[in-house]
Write a protein that binds this ligand. Structure first.
Ligand code: ADP
Ligand code: MG
Length: 372
């Protein structure tokens, strides 16, 4: 480890430094992971199944050794520290409460292991149960609780010994949608109240957007982008991120001009439009994928309202109350979605109609420019 590497590690509470993992000695399922997490942050690892999220969390917890690189906690390398000495609280999808113990005994267990006195154990258990609003349930067994309550016990058990870091791996995956959304807010509020550092794993982008200070978007063992929820949505750096976070329309074309941080693109399906470049990387002649959010597209825009207009055909209208989900064919893409607000002034739309669609250059990003 270099002196510079050590110094940076002191600034971050959790630090992955050039971490790699292979289970079979050949394929790297985590490739050169570099990630600094400041104290008190709620950091989410978000990505599709198999992208290396759980493996990264298991290396931080100490259950899987890294094949290469260093992991630091509070400025110290923890490569050789066993899991039970890392002082990390953990919550998993299968919350694995002991069925023969009461809720209070389940919570007391990690404290007894730490040889804490019984008066202190009682205080800490009650405080942790109050935190998840199960103050009255200490005497019940897990089977006498609902799924949501059991999951809250699992959260309380992770909090009970005051860890400075809590890891959660898809903790809400087994719950139904309504309960999952309620628990997202509860966990977020516990984080805010305690100021504890949380590293959270999910494949659900709306869960990540709801809960996180920052999100690391994983694909194929690599962080594609690390940023705040709004930055990932507004300024995706590549089309994987654009597609994974929120809803996205893709159009393909060729860069025909570059000026500052904007470029002109000839669409494969016909027409030329203006888009924002990412990190000024576009070059004339390259192929690019354009990314455009469904709520940033106007049907029949007024003059001057948008920078770009092309003609499209309305294929399908779906009434969703607050907006009309309009599927169109635009520049060769017949899954082009426009969200039309259901407001009083909007003209009715008809399936099969040819209409103009428009959008601002700043709402359209030219991603993944590739030389051909
Ligand atoms: P995620 O949590 O993002 O779904 P994982 O970290 O679980 O991804 O898995 C990443 C890759 O590593 C996958 O290809 C998976 O099959 C493989 N993998 C995970 N755990 C093991 C293991 N214990 N032994 C061998 N391969 C594993
Ligand atoms: Mg996983």
């Amino acid at each position: 480890m270099s002196a510079a590497g050590n110094q940076r590690a002191e600034e971050a509470f959790v630090r992955f430094d050039k971490v790699q993992k292979s289970y079979d000695g050949e394929i790297l399922v985590v490739k050169d992971l570099n990630l600094d997490i400041p104290k008190g942050e709620f950091l989410t690892m978000l990505g599709p199944s198999g992208s290396g999220k759980t493996t990264s969390l298991m290396m931080l917890a100490g259950f899987e050794p890294a094949t290469h690189g260093d992991i630091y906690l509070g400025g110290e390398s923890i490569n050789n520290v066993p899991p039970n000495k890392r002082g990390i609280g953990m919550v998993f999808q299968n919350y694995a409460l002991f069925p023969h113990m009461t809720v209070a005994e389940n919570l007391a267990f990690p404290l007894k292991v730490r040889k804490m006195g019984s008066a202190e154990i009682e205080t800490k258990v009650q405080r942790a149960l109050d935190m998840v609003e199960l103050g009255e349930m200490g005497g019940r067994r897990p089977a006498q609780l609902s799924g949501g309550q059991q999951q809250r016990v699992a959260v309380a058990r992770a909090l009970v010994f005051d860890p400075s870091l809590i890891l959660m791996d898809e903790p809400l995956g087994a719950l139904d949608k309504q309960l999952r959304e309620q628990m997202q807010y509860e966990i977020k509020h516990i984080h805010e109240n305690l100021g504890v550092t949380v590293v959270y794993v999910t494949h659900d982008q709306s869960e990540a957007l709801t809960m996180s200070d920052r999100i690391a978007v994983f694909n194929d063992g690599v962080i594609q982008q690390l940023s705040t929820p709004d930055d990932l949505y507004e300024r995706p750096q590549n089309s994987f991120v654009a597609q994974f976070i929120g809803e996205n329309n893709r159009l393909h074309g060729k860069v025909s001009g570059v000026s500052g941080d904007e470029c002109k693109v000839e669409l494969d399906g016909g027409g030329e439009i203006i888009a924002k470049t990412v990190n000024n990387t576009a070059t004339v002649g390259e192929r690019t994928t354009l990314s455009l959010r469904p709520e940033r597209v106007e049907i029949e825009p007024k003059k001057g309202q948008t920078d770009n207009t092309v003609t499209g055909e309305i294929k399908e209208l779906i009434y969703l109350g607050d907006h009309i989900r309009t599927r169109m064919e635009v520049a060769g893409n017949d899954e082009f979605i426009v969200k039309v607000p259901n407001s009083a002034g909007n003209k009715p739309l008809a399936e099969g109609a040819q209409v103009k669609v428009g959008w601002k250059a700043e709402d359209c990003r030219a991603l993944d420019p590739m030389a051909i």
